[in-house]
Structures are given as C-alpha cells and as structure tokens.
Design a protein around this ligand. Structure first.
Ligand SMILES: [Zn+2]
Ligand SMILES: [Zn+2]
Length: 280
C-alpha cells in the first residue's frame, strides 16, 4: 500500500485541493458571511499565484515530500511508531493527533518569536478573509513548516498513510476555516467541538492583538481549549471586526511582489505579542 501511496500522493493532494477549493468558492458566493472590502480580482490573482509558486517551490526543493520521509523512517526503523509496536489503526490515529499538535505549537511559535512573526504576518496581512487566504503563506514559512514537519516525522515514525491523510486534511480544513461562508450559529457551535470553523479562525485574523493571539488551531479545535488560547467570538462581531494587521493596509500591499517582501519591511519590534501600534 505504501508504494501506491508514494506514487499517487501528489495526485491525491492536488485533486483534493481543486475539489475542495471549488466547493468552498461556490459556497462563499451562495452564502457569504461578510461583505468583502477589497477587489477580489487583485487578491485572488496574488493569493492563487502564490499558491502555485509555493507548490512548485516545495516540489523542487523537497521532491520526496513528507510521505517520502515517513517511508524513509519506516525503512530505517526510526521514530516512535517504528520502534514500539502499536496496532496500525492506533498508530494512524495517534500520528494524526501528534502532527496536528505539532502544527498548533508551530503556529504559536510563529507568533511568539519576532523573526518568525515577520515571515508569518503576511498570512495575517490579507485585508479580507476567504478561501484563498487559506493558502496565503510566505514561501519561507512553507519551507520552514516543511522542515519542521520532516523533523516531527523522523521523531514520530508515523505510517505513510497518516502523513498523506494529515496533509490532505490540513489543506482541506485550511480552505474551509478561512472561507467566507455563513454557517448557522447552532451548527457552528456544535461543529467547533470537532473542527476549527470559519467563525473560530476568523477571530485569529483580527487586527486586535489579543484576538490575533488566540485560536491557533487549523484542524482540531481542542488544543486552543486545552492550552487556554481559545476565544469564542471577536469583540466587534464578525461583520464589523477589522481583518488584517496594522502594518500593511494599502491596496498595493495586496500585490504579490509586495507580499513577498513583507518579511523584510518595517520594525522587528512590531509583532503581536506586544501591543504597540505597528509602525510602517
Ligand atoms: Zn497566525
Ligand atoms: Zn489563518
């Protein structure tokens, strides 16, 4: 099975991406949560061009990808699940949990360490919040994330299947929880116990620093509740809250060239843990 997974991993990931993207984009048109503030044409062109750039870059830099590292760990017998015999379904489930916790902690770290916030803040600088925001990460953050994921896989030794399922799930939930879709409140309250919903993650994109420093989860909503970083709703309400960061707020900042330069602009001190207004 591993050989099949390794050969078809990129096809599975790509197919899931296009399928879920199409569903979320249609849902946003049918039942939007907020009125968009900016031209969709510029934002979508930039965010989608960045998505293509990132996926090409990762493919070139890391041709074996995360599934390849999991297979390598399996062959070498390195990593917890390759050393201790655990029933396969349990190893898959525990690996999914552990990988999700790692992503949560990594996200926390990207907010807490100034130089990492410089790289991550481009994700927060989007002035609207929709399905394309879910793929708006700086290439440096994509590379660092991949290296961290490789390290976690080498320590964990997860089944190849768990890694592929995790990557597809993370991609799917990122598009879902960034989408500008209206979900009835009662349903949202229930869903939030299982998965991070758009209303939950939107709080994380608030211009307000304490709100921006909450709801770090991407897949499972439990880590935020467990570690005390959960915030139910934005103070200003979902329709009126301001999306983005103080630093990059012009229309021109939504162009890809400016987005790519954002880690290198402005003061190092302007990061969200301290609540100082961010100087340009
Ligand atoms: Zn963040
Ligand atoms: Zn986000």
């Amino acid at each position: 099975m591993d050989t099949w997974l390794l050969t078809h991993a990129s096809g599975v990931r790509l197919g899931a991406f296009f399928g879920i993207f199409a569903v979320m984009a249609a849902w946003e048109v049918a039942a939007p949560r907020r009125a968009l503030q900016e031209s969709k044409r510029v934002r979508w062109a930039s965010n989608l061009a960045l998505t293509v750039l990132n996926s090409d870059l990762l493919r070139i830099l890391f041709p074996v990808a995360a599934v390849g590292v999991a297979a390598f760990a399996g062959e070498r017998g390195t990593g917890l699940f390759n050393i201790f015999a655990v029933p396969y379904p349990l190893a898959v489930a525990l690996s999914l949990l552990a990988l999700d916790l790692a992503i949560y902690l990594q996200h926390l770290m990207f907010h807490a360490v100034p130089v990492l916030w410089r790289v991550h803040r481009m994700h927060h600088a989007d002035l609207d919040f929709d399905v394309t925001t879910g793929a708006r990460f700086h290439p440096i953050e994509m590379i660092l994330s991949m290296l961290i994921k490789f390290a976690v896989i080498l320590v964990l030794g997860p089944p190849v299947l768990a890694v592929l399922v995790f990557e597809v799930l993370l991609n799917a939930t990122a598009m879902f929880n960034h989408s500008n879709v209206r979900i009835p409140q009662a349903l949202d309250r229930t869903l939030r116990w299982l998965v991070v919903t758009p209303d939950m993650h939107r709080v994380h994109h608030s211009i307000d620093a304490p709100e921006c420093n909450s709801n770090f989860g991407f897949n499972l909503p439990w880590w935020d509740r467990l570690f005390g970083t959960y915030r139910a709703q934005p103070a200003a309400g979902h329709e009126r809250m301001i999306i983005g960061i103080r630093q990059f707020r012009s229309h021109r900042d939504l162009w890809l060239d400016r987005m790519l330069l954002e880690p290198f602009r402005g003061q190092t001190g302007s990061y969200p843990i301290n609540r100082q207004p961010e100087a340009r």
